[in-house]
Design a protein around this ligand. Structure first.
Ligand code: SAH
Length: 246
């Protein structure tokens, strides 16, 4: 509801939200509301937990460490993000964090970090990435938080695609443009987009992609994009054709 849109919006995963409940906010969120936003007793905020929609809450009590809020009323119903997964190789830290943030804003439901043959970065800070996904959800007003799965080899992730149609973005190849391929797909079907590392996919990986009947190799045009640009472009096309941009 528009009247509440200026109120801070915070994700409180794992906390039940229901009328009349009082919640002690975690220290980091309490600090943000108290010291950054300079809010105090009586001020309104919005809360969501990924399950119960969005709620209006009022600050009841503030002390040095804790901040207690009381839930007033639901203000928006829970809505799931489209069933669009991202399968992408980690890249340099800043660029990968950017990918997590943009995937979250663009409404991906699950992000699978994938180790590819040319992947350089093999260690990621999952807690930090989850925090980035949650903060992006707070800011972009989605009701769920993009899931981030454990980092695994690309092949393992592709083996458990199930019936999901995956669009693998291949640079320097004569495959069809993603815009054309995706137009033929039904709205709302489970999708995945696959993005490679800075060094691109290996020949072996390209073969695996070609031989998997659930994977459609696609192009994002004649320019070689950075992985983070390719991901934003691919998710944009997936959302427009099959997601919830309707
Ligand atoms: N080093 C590679 C480029 C890798 S770009 C080279 O010079 O060829 C990183 C990833 O972004 C690629 O693996 C691919 O998934 C995606 N990508 C970049 N540009 C693309 C394009 N024009 N079409 C499809 N995918 C692209």
């Amino acid at each position: 509801m528009d009247q509440y849109k200026k109120l801070p919006r915070l994700y409180v995963g794992g906390t039940a939200l229901a009328e009349g409940l009082s919640i002690v906010l975690p220290e980091a969120k309490a600090h943000y509301l108290r010291n950054v936003m300079r809010l105090g007793p009586g001020d309104g905020i919005r809360l969501f937990n990924g399950i119960d929609g969005e709620w209006l809450a009022r600050i009841a009590e503030v002390n040095k460490k804790n901040l207690l809020v009381t839930l007033v009323q639901p203000i928006a119903e829970q809505k799931a993000s489209p069933d669009i997964h991202v399968i992408a190789s980690p890249v340099k830290r800043e660029a990968f964090e950017y990918m997590i943030e943009k995937a979250s804003e663009l409404g991906a439901s699950v992000f699978h970090p994938a180790i590819c043959d040319h992947t350089v970065v093999h260690r990621i800070n999952e807690d930090r990435l989850r925090l980035i996904a949650a903060e992006a959800a707070e800011q972009c007003e989605r009701f769920d938080v993009m899931n981030i799965s454990k980092i695994r080899p690309l092949e393992d992730i592709l083996e458990v695609l199930g019936g999901r149609v995956a669009l693998a973005c291949l640079e320097r190849s004569s495959v069809a443009p993603m815009g054309l391929k995706i137009d033929g797909l039904e709205r709302g079907i489970p999708l995945a987009v696959i993005i490679g590392p800075e060094g691109g996919f290996s020949e072996k990986e390209k073969k695996i992609i070609e031989n998997n009947k659930n994977i459609i190799p696609v192009s994002l045009g004649p320019r070689i994009l950075r992985a983070e640009t390719a991901l934003s472009a691919a998710l944009t096309l997936a959302q427009a054709a099959c997601g919830d941009w309707n």
